[in-house]
Design a protein around this ligand. Structure first.
Ligand code: SAM
Length: 289
């Protein structure tokens, strides 16, 4: 631990923020690398004559901040961690940095199931860092969860995150293509969730540098029209869901209505496009029959 005066820190912080970037990213850097939380920052502002403790020196923090600003590298990649809902998750270049809009999936589940204490089985397809499944496994300790990813390296991160965040054993991980690893769970799943790769090819080419250059392609690309994986997931869902089981999918901003029709064509009822906080139809949900 290094100790510096609050005044020196405040001066340094102002200098860094004047170079550009957003405050939220800077706060991630401070918390993940320096160990300075938002309540520490409040205390520093209240008592500017005090001292603060840092896990890394200011030069090192500045080098990460510069790398972020100059090369458009996501700060979470540089810090190796991100905050998602109330979780701190490890992230590497093998997993998509879980997005704030995806946090709403958990609220959709809360809205559907409330605090039901039945023993349900939920499945996540394409778990990446494990964010969604881990949040559900923690919120519903009496539920059982199964999560897949095609990428072994991503699964390793998801498993590590689960072990770091929970002493529970109600979440298991499987490697494979979408529903394939769930052969033995056919007709048994109460709730399936996926935030699959849904970016259409032409949009992928135009994505901002921080996404196109630093997120795994396999986590983003959904084929020519973005619907390749979504179509497959919906089409096979009836074999795996229980009758009245729910399917929740995240989608690209303009895919909601098309996906709603796919749900209906595959015998789903109560189909709805759910908006995110920006008013975009970001999720499609429905019940199998
Ligand atoms: C958009 S990311 C979502 C990650 C995480 N669930 C989240 O919301 O942050 C999509 C994930 O699907 C995985 N994936 C891609 N193709 C797959 C396939 N054919 N079968 C299973 N998983 C796949 C990727 O490796 C990636 O982790």
């Amino acid at each position: 631990m290094l100790c510096i005066s609050s005044k020196e820190f405040i001066f340094w912080k102002k200098k860094q923020l004047s170079k550009g970037g957003d405050y939220q990213s800077f706060a991630v850097l401070l918390e993940c690398v320096a160990g300075i939380t938002s309540s520490d920052l409040t205390m520093i502002n209240i008592n500017q004559d005090g001292w603060i403790y840092l896990k890394k020196n200011l030069d090192f923090l500045e080098s990460l901040w510069d790398d972020h600003l100059l090369n458009s590298k996501p700060i979470q990649r540089l810090c190796g961690a991100t905050f998602w809902r109330d979780l701190k998750l490890k992230v590497t270049d093998k997993v998509l940095i879980p997005r704030p809009e995806t946090e709403l999936i958990i609220d959709i589940v809360f809205k559907i199931f409330g605090n039901k204490s039945d023993k349900l089985l939920f499945a996540e397809l394409g778990t990446g860092s494990g964010a969604i499944s881990i949040a559900l496994a923690l919120a519903y300790p009496y539920w059982n969860g199964i999560a897949t990813d095609i990428d072994q390296d991503a699964l390793k991160i998801a498993k590590e995150n689960f072990t770091n965040l929970s002493k529970q054993s109600n979440l298991r991980f499987f490697c494979g293509h979408w529903w394939t690893p769930f052969e033995s769970f056919k007709g048994k799943i109460d709730l399936a969730i996926s935030n699959p790769p849904y970016v259409p090819q032409n949009i992928f080419e135009k994505l901002p540098k921080e996404v196109k250059n630093f997120e795994p392609k396999i986590a983003l690309l959904g084929g020519e029209d973005g619907l390749k994986h979504i179509e497959e997931i919906i089409h096979q869902a009836p074999q795996f869901l229980k009758e009245k089981g729910w399917l929740i999918l995240e989608n690209h901003f303009d895919q909601g209505e098309k996906i709603k029709q796919l749900f209906i064509c595959n015998k789903f009822t109560s189909v709805e496009v759910v908006k995110d906080l920006s008013g975009i139809g970001r999720f499609t949900i429905g019940r199998y029959k």
